[in-house]
Write a new protein. Structure first.
Length: 71
């Protein structure tokens, strides 16, 4: 950490520019994380729907087999 402090510029304008650049980078990463979270939620919702659809189809098939012609 001490080495990092020595590598910082003494110029206030340069320090401000570094802080602004770091904030912009952080904001971009936050936006990317929000987008990923939204995508994950969307995919979870789609997966749940597909699972319901699949289990519903399996239940319907089983019901149809049970309602087949009797011997």
């Amino acid at each position: 950490m001490l080495e990092a402090a020595h590598s910082l510029p003494d110029d206030i304008a340069a320090l401000k520019a570094m802080v602004l650049a770091s904030r912009a980078e952080l904001a971009a990463r936050d936006a990317e994380l929000r987008n990923r979270d939204l995508l994950i939620e969307k995919l979870k919702h789609q997966l749940a729907g597909l699972r319901r659809q699949r289990s519903g189809t399996a239940s319907e098939t089983l019901d149809q087999l049970e309602l087949g012609p009797e011997d």
